[in-house]
Design a protein around this ligand. Structure first.
Ligand code: PNS
Length: 164
């Protein structure tokens, strides 16, 4: 039986931390649906369409086997989306201890909402333990060099977006 996992997030933009989780996730799961939350209330640097395109390009750069990674968008409850996709696993990455409390709350809420869906955590590669989309955006906006921390297509798009 092929195990499908949903890897949800804002991905504004996808970072090397995210791709490291995805690579590890592909060791454990047959198929992964990377699901970008469509949240009109949250201000984002990249539109949902841009984020999806950047994830697709980054997955291609990773060299993932065709058909094993799908990129999609969702709104509403994550557990309802998982059900629609036939997935019983939510994949989330963990970095430092600081992530733990938020992730524990979300995992417990999701379990309360649908006990058939399990959250599975994968530790981020230690090289990217301090990498987050927010810090990447902040550093890039202030002229910092973040090329080594994001996939190639993201580095190019960040420079273009920020006019550097
Ligand atoms: O990358 P992020 O911003 O940490 O991802 C957060 C995300 C998208 C996983 C979370 O906000 C989410 O699942 N939102 C969907 C709404 C939902 O299901 N909420 C109830 C569970 S906490």
């Amino acid at each position: 039986m092929s195990v499908v996992a949903v890897y949800p997030g804002s991905f504004d933009p996808i970072t090397n931390g995210h791709t490291s989780i995805l690579k590890s996730g592909l060791v454990a799961f047959e198929r992964i649906v990377v699901a970008v939350l469509h949240n009109p209330r949250k201000q984002a640097l990249f539109s949902v369409e841009e984020r999806i395109e950047l994830i697709r390009e980054s997955v291609a750069e990773m060299g993932a086997e065709p058909g094993r990674v799908e990129v999609d968008t969702f709104d509403g409850l994550l557990v309802d989306y998982c059900k629609r996709k036939g997935a019983r696993i939510i994949l989330r990455g963990l970095r430092a201890v600081a992530d733990f409390e938020y992730e524990l709350q979300m995992a417990n809420m999701n379990r309360h909402l649908n006990e058939d869906v399990e959250t599975v955590f994968i530790m981020a590669d230690d090289a990217y333990f301090y990498v987050s989309s927010n810090l990447i955006k902040e550093a890039a906006k202030l002229g910092g060099d973040v090329k080594a921390l994001v996939p190639g297509p993201v580095a190019a798009k960040l420079s273009a977006k920020l006019g550097r």
